[in-house]
Ligand binder design. Structure first.
Ligand code: ZN
Length: 274
């Protein structure tokens, strides 16, 4: 009799606390999950604390190659703890054959200093990511181009000039030189890169709590470093600067170092802000 009584009580409390958090997104390789809850004191993903902002919003993502089970532990003000488990299934990725100029497969020696310097600038910009606790991404997500035509999907294994090369860690949109490129969500410009060897002209936006988006190969940069940007604001114009086979926009999304499929953002329906 006692056992029955306890399980009824537990069920009752679990139901109540579960209702205090809303989740948006999907647990999959390259996927992202946004949680919004009331009276949360801490959130841990696989034993590591992740950021929560004043509104109770937090975010976490799964890398292209993430495997196994991830555990989320949420602590509430009333000392209750709620845990959630996510099991990731392997995703199938495409293979993509490309022919590009030889200088971009193995860059000439004279460019190595420049590439090294650019890598350092990128590293410095990325080092600022994670310091912004505000969930700017709660503004929601929009496509970065006005007419959406996906040219190359996220996660493909690239075969450059017949050789296995890097993974395509982003989403390519068809674009003409001069087309508007828009911020996918509210953010702060961490770097406005000027004609980098690989990235060309590009922008890195920080959406808070480790979530970033990067827009490559632009013909013109419009947004300035440290500038606050609104969702849908024009931050640059499309082009084919850097390592590009023609004019297009490469959009890359990361949660810290985890490579996120940008597509997993565009279908999210977040609660609208008053
Ligand atoms: Zn790309």
């Amino acid at each position: 009799m006692k056992t029955i009584f306890i399980s009824v009580i537990l069920f009752f409390f679990t139901t109540i606390t579960a209702q205090e958090i809303q989740f948006y997104g999907e647990a999959k390789q390259g996927g992202i999950i946004i949680g919004v809850g009331k009276n949360i004191t801490s959130v841990q993903l696989n034993g590591v604390n992740i950021q929560i902002d004043k509104s109770g919003a937090f975010v976490f993502g799964f890398d292209r190659n993430s495997k196994g089970i991830s555990k989320l532990k949420v602590r509430f003000k009333n000392k209750k703890i709620e845990t959630f488990e996510y099991t990731l299934e392997p995703r199938e990725y495409e293979e993509q054959r490309l022919t590009i100029a030889k200088k971009y497969v193995s860059p000439p020696k004279r460019e190595s200093k420049r590439i090294k310097r650019e890598n350092q600038l990128m590293k410095a910009a990325r080092a600022k990511v994670g310091k912004l606790k505000n969930a700017l991404y709660m503004s929601g997500f929009v496509y970065p181009v006005d007419s959406v035509d996906i040219r190359s999907v996220f996660g493909s294994q690239r075969i450059l000039n017949g050789k296995r090369a890097n993974i395509h860690n982003g989403l390519d949109f068809s674009a003409e030189v001069g087309d508007s490129i828009r911020a996918i969500s509210d953010g702060i410009v961490r770097i406005a890169g000027d004609n980098f060897y690989y990235n060309g002209n590009f922008i890195l936006l920080d959406h808070g709590q480790g979530l970033t988006s990067v827009y490559l190969h632009m013909s013109k940069i419009i947004a300035k470093e440290n500038q606050k940007i609104k969702k849908g604001e024009v931050i640059g114009l499309a082009g084919s600067t850097g390592r590009a086979t023609g004019p297009h926009l490469h959009l890359g999304v990361q949660w810290y170092k985890k490579r996120i499929d940008p597509m997993s953002l565009f279908n999210l329906v977040l609660p609208s802000k008053e």
